[in-house]
Design a protein around this ligand. Structure first.
Ligand code: HPA
Ligand code: ZN
Length: 347
């Protein structure tokens, strides 16, 4: 079914219950907070204003962005900084009617510059607990390994996480994809699986279909981040469709990093039409120009998504989550109830 007006589409997107499954918490650092934390921690940053920071966010590929992203996180120093960062994100997605989020953090981005693992994770975990208590948003935390570093470094990070394993849902793989295939991390992912952690990996954002096969066959991932380039390989499409593996797709990120030239070329609609379990996500919202509903809205306009597409995307965000079967079923029911009430109201 199509929407009868842009306002109706916006209202439907704004209020439908949804989850976010691909969000780097360090990528939600807004320029205003970057300035506030720089001042609080007495750190010099090479920008005069938040506007100037935003102007610097023009990227031509993933590495361009990563260079600025690692520089930006340098203002995060104390447990309170990590708490404030995380809480600001949850307040923001509360306004988007997100009711669950599975967020990444990059511990090596902090330990590499002398910030203790515990400083980062304690602040994040305290915010996750407060977000659930005060905003009613449930969450899971996924610890990413930086793939431009060695597998030994990843093992050391997993070791550091030992006291926190009951509060970490899974491990992921992010940072520079090209030249750092999933196979580089097969041993540490096997160890994570032994520890009962879920596994996810960025694959096929810039990297070729072979990297996606490696993530599936060698890392045995439970969910794939991005996965855009799966569409170049019919065997991959069939495998992803048959297994209903979730893909955490990030349209505004793909546009910012020139993975697509324009949003109208984005493969999300094609993924849905092929029966893949695609989900909508913001990746690094402060860098890529939009949070969760901005992604839904811009993509709906560019690809002419209809109401059923939006419902499928919202439902897939729970189907692809690491929530219990029961909670997934309840969340799907909540979406059905929402759609019924919306249809009744709009006639
Ligand atoms: N891709 C890879 N690594 C990342 C990203 C991304 O979009 N964001 C933060 N780390
Ligand atoms: Zn990402």
């Amino acid at each position: 079914m199509s929407f009868t007006s842009p306002e109706q589409r916006q209202a439907f997107i704004a209020d439908i219950p949804k989850a976010e499954l691909h969000l780097h918490i360090e990528g939600s650092l807004e320029p205003e907070m970057m300035f506030a934390l720089a001042q609080r921690n007495d750190i010099d940053i090479p920008f005069a204003s938040a506007e100037e920071v935003r102007k610097a966010y023009a990227f031509s590929n993933l590495q361009d962005f990563l260079d600025i992203y690692y520089q930006g996180m340098n203002v995060l120093r104390t447990e309170q900084d990590f708490y404030d960062l995380t809480m600001a994100y949850f307040k923001r997605i509360h306004a988007d009617n997100a009711i669950h989020a599975e967020i990444f953090f990059d511990p090596q981005g902090h330990t590499e510059r002398g910030i203790a693992f515990s400083t980062a994770i304690d602040g994040i975990l305290r915010a996750l607990s407060d977000a659930e208590a005060h905003l009613g948003i449930t969450s899971k935390l996924i610890m990413c390994f930086l793939r431009h570093l060695s597998e030994d470094d990843a093992f050391a990070t997993l070791e550091e996480a030992t006291p926190y394993l009951d509060r970490i849902a899974g491990v992921g793989l992010d940072s520079s994809e090209l030249g750092h295939p999933p196979s580089k991390f097969s041993k540490v992912f096997a160890k994570a699986k032994m520890l009962d952690l879920k596994t996810v990996a960025h694959a096929g954002e810039e990297g070729p279909p072979e990297y996606i096969w490696e993530a599936l066959d060698l890392l045995k991932i439970d969910r794939m981040d991005h996965g855009n380039r799966s569409l170049e390989d019919d065997g991959l499409i069939a495998k992803l469709r048959d297994s209903q593996m979730a893909l955490t797709v990030c349209p505004l990120s793909n546009l910012s990093l020139c993975v697509v030239d324009k949003l109208e070329d984005h493969p999300l609609k094609k993924m849905l039409d092929l029966g893949l379990c695609a989900t909508m996500n913001s990746d690094d919202p402060s860098y890529f120009g939009g949070y969760l509903n901005d992604n839904y809205e811009a993509t709906a306009v560019a690809l002419d998504l209809d109401k059923d597409d939006i419902i499928t995307l919202a439902k897939n965000s729970f189907r692809g989550s690491f929530l219990s079967e029961n909670t997934v079923a309840q969340s799907l029911q909540r979406i059905d109830d929402y759609v019924l009430a919306f249809d009744r109201k709009t006639g």
